[in-house]
Design a protein around this ligand. Sequence first.
Ligand code: UGA
Length: 439
Amino acid sequence: MKISVIGCGYLGAVHAASMAELGHEVIGIDVDQPKIDALSKAKAPFYEPGFEGLLERTLATGRLRFSTDFADAVGSKVHFLCVGTPQKRSEYAADLRYVEGATESLIGVVAPGELIVGKSTVPVGTAARLAELVEEKVPGALLAWNPEFLREGFAVQDTLHPDRLVYGLPSGTDGDTARALLDEVYETIVAAGTPKVEADYATAEMVKTAANSFLATKISFINAMAELCEATGADVKLLADAIGYDDRIGRKFLNAGLGFGGGCLPKDIRAFMARAGELGADQALTFLREVDNINMRRRIRMVELAREVCDGSLLGKRVAVLGAAFKPNSDDIRDSPALNVAAQLQLQGAVVRVTDPAAIENSRKLWPQLDYADTAEEAAERADAVLVLTEWQDYRDLDPAAFGRIVKQKRVLDGRNALDREAWTAAGWSYRALGRRAG
Ligand code: UGA
């Protein structure tokens, strides 16, 4: 099938290459010329394991192309909308200007019988509004909403082998046509027995924001327990293991630590609250405000803990920050808890050196005032404290004995409960973590 993918960011670029992998003929379109040039040369504009290999493979088949020209979408049977929906600058609501702009551009190229498929995370009600617009301007062209659940770091795997497919469909025969086209696109995935949920637009839109809100709530729940553990001397890691054995609860997403960041969870819960307010249902989501509060308090607590271990003052103390990305296996620093903490430490007088296996280049652009080191060893030279704020495998694998010879003071703060406490304390380190006793 001929497919166009509008927007070649994280979601769109991976989707375009994955659709080509499934055998379709795909054109990926984006206004950003350097991004299109990079993708056309099989260079990923972001760090994502496995993505460059997929790009290389699919570009070589001739089934995948990238372009900045919307006219190249003419003739595609299905057009995927994969543009970003960031948080508005001065409020919680989502900024829909890219979704609206891309839809208008698509209206100029789409023909009756073709299907526009929204994948971006949007406030509930958006699809119905866009469908009306499409119907008015190009009668016979259709719109469906098909949210995406990929995780950064596992984007290729999640796109090609999703947990489920969700189709938000128009009603009546239009719904049948849209379903048939989506089934054709995802034939291989459907044939593999992937669960499929067919719904109206509003439900499909809400599945995405509800899922991300649940994940954020789960993380903040365990971080709230960590606050209590700090007050009582209990151990949040053991607590998470123990409650996680109950498979109604499950151990996944119960890792206490610095909390959630990134380009999705924080902005999605805020946009969801804003939309609930517009709909007069704000009470339903007031708990998400607390989820957000708990999450933000962890960053403040981490700074306090650093001050505590530095004998009560950060002034002039050398602090090594290991990790800048919002999570491991990513170079994404959007709303990164690690960088937030690093910046606060520096503002409070510490001499901070940040390192990360993949995110230094991005960090330098956004936080030029921070000092960066290429390796953990370099960052930790003569440090008064070492903070592990993103749980890269490289940091889990550090040898505490050898690492201890680099620093001035053997004090480690494990912001992600990722280190082997016994090994570090055995090597003479004082070990502190969120939600756990000092070791
Ligand atoms: C998230 C969702 O997991 C995806 O399903 C969704 O498709 C995506 O957002 C999106 O909306 O596009 P992602 O932002 O890649 O994916 O990151 P997650 O793996 O969900 O992690 C989010 C944050 O939570 C990270 O900062 C991570 O360190 C933190 N986290 C995660 C914890 O603090 N504890 C945990 O137990 C798990």
